[in-house]
Every structure is written in C-alpha cells, then in structure tokens.
Design a protein around this ligand. Structure first.
Ligand SMILES: Nc1ncnc2c1ncn2[C@@H]1O[C@H](COP(=O)(O)OP(=O)(O)OP(=O)(O)O)[C@@H](O)[C@H]1O
Ligand SMILES: Nc1nc2c(ncn2[C@@H]2O[C@H](COP(=O)(O)O)[C@@H](O)[C@H]2O)c(=O)[nH]1
Length: 209
C-alpha cells in the first residue's frame, strides 16, 4: 500500500471486554469524519438491533467463501464458528483518503494485518477480571447462555496473544479507557503528521537543488 496517509489501528480483545463500545465512544468524540470503524463481513446471524451494512455486512457462508476466493478480504478468520473478514478496497481507499481506520478484529486477523501492513498500530483491551468479563457478556443481554459459555471458553486463549500487540488497555473504568485510547490515537496522528511535514521539507529541498 503506497501513499497511505490515514493511520490504521487494530483493536482486539476477548469478546465482551468492551472494544466496540470504546471505539464507538472515541468516534462520537471525533465526529468530524477524520476516523471511521471498518464494517466487517460475517456469516454470523444478526443480533437484535443489528443492521446490515451498519454493524456488519451479513452474508451466507457460500458468499463469504467466494469473496475469500476473489481476494476481497484484507484479512479474514473463523471466530466462534463463524467467518469474519475486512474488506480490502474499503480499507485501502479510506486510508488513501487520509482517514484513520479502526479494525475491531481478533488475534488471527491482527497477525494477517501486521504481515500486510507493518505500520499498523495494534491495541489489546483486557477486562479487569474473568468474572467481570462474564458479567459484561451477560449484562449485554444479546447472546444465549451457550454462546456466552463458548466465548468465555475461548477468552483465555484470545488473551494469551496480548504480547503481540503494541499497546494494552485494561478496561476497568470506561471513561479512563476512552481517554487512554484517545491518547494513543492522537500521539500516532501527531507523529504521522510530523513525518509528513518532514518528508515535504526534504522533497522541497531536493527538488529545488
Ligand atoms: N469499562 C466498562 N465497565 C462496565 N461495562 C463495560 C465497560 N466497557 C464496556 N462495557 C459493557 O460491556 C459489554 C460488552 O461490551 P462490547 O460489546 O463493547 O464488547 P466487545 O469487546 O466489543 O465484544 P464482542 O467482541 O463480542 O463484540 C457492553 O454491555 C458494554 O456496555
Ligand atoms: N479476524 C476478524 N475478526 C473479526 C472481524 N469482525 C469481528 N471480528 C471479531 O469476531 C469476534 C466476535 O464478534 P461478534 O460481533 O460476533 O461479537 C470479536 O472478537 C471481533 O473482534 C473481522 O473482520 N475479522
């Protein structure tokens, strides 16, 4: 990917730790169109209130696998028995337009993104405890006991990958966590714009000579 000017951020966490809520809160604070969350494609069935094209692009398995064959995904993985993937063209176009992009994906997808785009900023969200994680999944009230049990059974494995990420946030107090996430994002934005100013200065000098 060349001439990329937006920043790419991956946020991963065990299911229920709060990553979608944190991304949403950050986007609500910065509603100027400078950052977006990528809408993934999935074979999972919509939860009550989930809207096709807003929360996910909901497709059947055959459609998903055809898109895999066609190379449409930037990354994809099977998570909790369902397929999930990130659209390649949307990511590349949004970044090229100078917009920061958040990917709410699992550790398998994160590995693929790191391999494709080493400049990605990776953030892992931890719950304060296993008990609190389960409480959050239950109070979210959107998954059956069976689904919650499956997600809790996979939580420790997901968390065992935390060291593959550049930043860790323990999501205990929600507002503190949003502030930490915002701090990481703003620091990376500033770094990127300083780099771009420096590149422009160097190019100007070189072209004048
Ligand atoms: N710091 C927090 N304290 C208390 N509750 C929280 C906190 N952060 C998030 N929650 C709540 O926990 C529940 C799970 O959050 P959320 O849906 O954002 O998790 P997630 O990591 O995106 O899960 P999934 O991977 O399944 O999509 C939600 O009901 C949310 O309001
Ligand atoms: N590798 C990918 N993982 C994804 C993607 N979209 C979501 N996810 C992860 O799946 C689980 C479950 O999500 P849920 O909405 O069913 O609760 C969670 O860890 C997500 O981060 C994706 O495009 N690629």
């Amino acid at each position: 990917m060349s001439n990329v000017s937006g920043n790419l951020f991956v946020i991963a966490a065990p299911s229920g730790a709060g990553k979608s809520s944190l991304i949403k809160a950050l986007l609500d604070r910065h509603d100027d169109g400078s950052m977006v969350v990528s809408v993934s494609t999935t074979t999972r069935k919509p939860r009550p209130g989930e809207v096709n094209g807003v929360h996910y692009h909901f497709v059947d398995e055959a459609t998903f696998l055809q898109q895999v064959e066609e190379g449409n995904f930037y990354e994809w993985a099977k998570v909790f028995d369902h397929y999930y993937g990130t659209s390649r063209t949307v990511i590349e176009k949004t970044l090229a337009d100078g917009i920061d992009v958040f990917l709410d994906i699992d550790w398998q997808g994160t590995r693929q993104v790191k391999a494709a785009y080493p400049g990605v900023h990776t953030i892992f969200i931890l719950p304060p405890s296993t008990e609190e994680l389960e409480r959050r999944l239950r109070t979210r009230g959107q998954d059956s006991d069976e689904v919650i049990a499956k997600r809790m059974a996979k939580a420790h494995h997901e968390m065992s990958h935390y060291a593959e990420f550049s930043y860790l946030i323990v999501n205990e107090d929600f507002e503190d966590s949003v502030a930490n996430l915002e701090h990481i994002v703003m620091c990376q934005r500033m770094r990127r714009s300083k780099q771009q100013i420096r590149h422009r200065e160097v190019l100007k000098d070189l072209i004048q000579e």
